[in-house]
Structures are given as structure tokens and as C-alpha cells.
Design a protein around this ligand. Structure first.
Ligand SMILES: [Fe+2]
Length: 198
């Protein structure tokens, strides 16, 4: 199978998974049970390892200013149900933040430590953590808080109820300043769908 055939097969498998994710959300709603069912379906997708060769999702190099690339694998015409492959290089970390939509992270290669938090009067307090790796994932409701900590090259899947370009109200806690701030909407996403490479 050549690269183009593989990309088409991947696109079909992604489309089947996202169809199930849409159905799960419709049936179970944006609930803990719903997002955990979405996580489990995306773990199944990630387990089709032959569809996601690392060469199709290169991470930034040593000289690159960025430490991770986001490849868009799926997104509805109304920007709902966005799935990305995140290829990261070296050390990647985020502050505690929410998403303002449901969010799921599923492992594929490498490790991504997710820490979870609750809000306190003066910031956040950690409530738990989960090491995301192949075969596991985490699922969050719109107000749930997490941070990401990656120490070595990794490829993971991130899925959101609404595309990252549309999320301009996500809050993060700036530890040094001791206050909540807003993330800018993410840009610079790379197209990972066949026929749409750019
Ligand atoms: Fe996040």
C-alpha cells in the first residue's frame, strides 16, 4: 500500500470513528459517561497502528521554534468534532487550563502526563493525574482543568467538541502572575486529511 492509499484508509477509519463520536454525544450528551465513551472509541481508533505511521506525522526538529505540531484529522463543516494528531518533540508543557468544550486525549506513542485540578480561591489544587500512553486516554468536560507534561517525543490524539481555532475563551492559570488568563485561539494547525495537505 502506498502513502496515498494508506492516507485514504486512515481517513475512512477516522470518519467511522467520528461518526460514532457524533452518535455518542447525541445519545449520552456532554456528560462524564458521554466523554468517557468518546475516549474509548478513540482508543480503538488509535489501536489501528498501521494507519498512523510516524513518518506521516513528523514532529518539529531540534532547530524548530515550535515543540509540537497539530495535524488536523477531522473537523465538521461547522467546526465541531475536531480530531488532531499532536506530534511533539522534547519537552512540552502547558499550564492548568480548561477547554470550554469537551476534550479527549488518547495515547499512541510516547507518554503524556495529564494532571487534573480543581479551582481554589487563589488558583488551583491538583486532584489527580494520568499518564496517557498507547491504549489509554483521558476525557474532560468543558470546565474540567488539566495540564500536559511531555518529556520525550510523543504522538497523541486530541479531540474536541469544537475546533481549536474556535476556542478563544479557554482560561489558564498563570502561576507566576497568580491569576487566570485567556489562551488565544490556536492557529498554525497542519492539514492531515488526504487531498487537503498544505
Ligand atoms: Fe488541554
Amino acid at each position: 500500500m502506498d502513502d496515498e492509499q494508506l492516507a485514504r484508509r486512515r481517513d475512512e477509519a477516522v470518519a467511522e470513528a467520528i461518526a460514532d463520536v457524533r452518535r455518542i454525544e447525541a445519545e449520552l450528551g456532554v456528560t462524564r459517561q458521554g466523554v468517557e465513551a468518546i475516549r474509548d472509541r478513540l482508543i480503538e481508533l488509535s489501536a489501528q497502528r498501521e494507519l498512523f505511521p510516524p513518518a506521516h506525522f513528523p514532529a518539529p526538529g531540534d532547530d524548530d521554534a515550535e515543540t509540537s505540531y497539530m495535524y488536523r484529522l477531522a473537523q465538521d463543516d461547522d467546526d465541531r468534532f475536531a480530531l488532531y494528531a499532536q506530534a511533539s518533540h522534547g519537552h512540552v508543557t502547558t499550564p492548568p487550563h480548561n477547554h470550554t468544550t469537551w476534550a479527549v486525549v488518547v495515547g499512541h506513542a510516547g507518554n503524556e502526563l495529564n494532571r487534573f485540578y480543581k479551582r481554589t480561591d487563589d488558583g488551583v489544587r491538583q486532584t489527580g493525574e494520568h499518564m496517557v500512553e498507547a491504549g489509554t486516554g483521558v476525557a474532560m468536560l468543558p470546565d474540567d482543568l488539566h495540564s500536559i507534561h511531555i518529556d520525550a517525543d510523543a504522538l497523541n490524539f486530541h479531540c474536541y467538541g469544537l475546533a481549536l481555532e474556535r476556542l478563544d475563551s479557554r482560561e489558564y492559570f498563570h502561576e507566576r502572575e497568580g491569576r487566570w488568563k485567556h489562551f488565544a485561539a490556536t492557529s498554525g494547525i497542519r492539514e492531515g486529511r488526504p487531498g487537503l495537505f498544505c
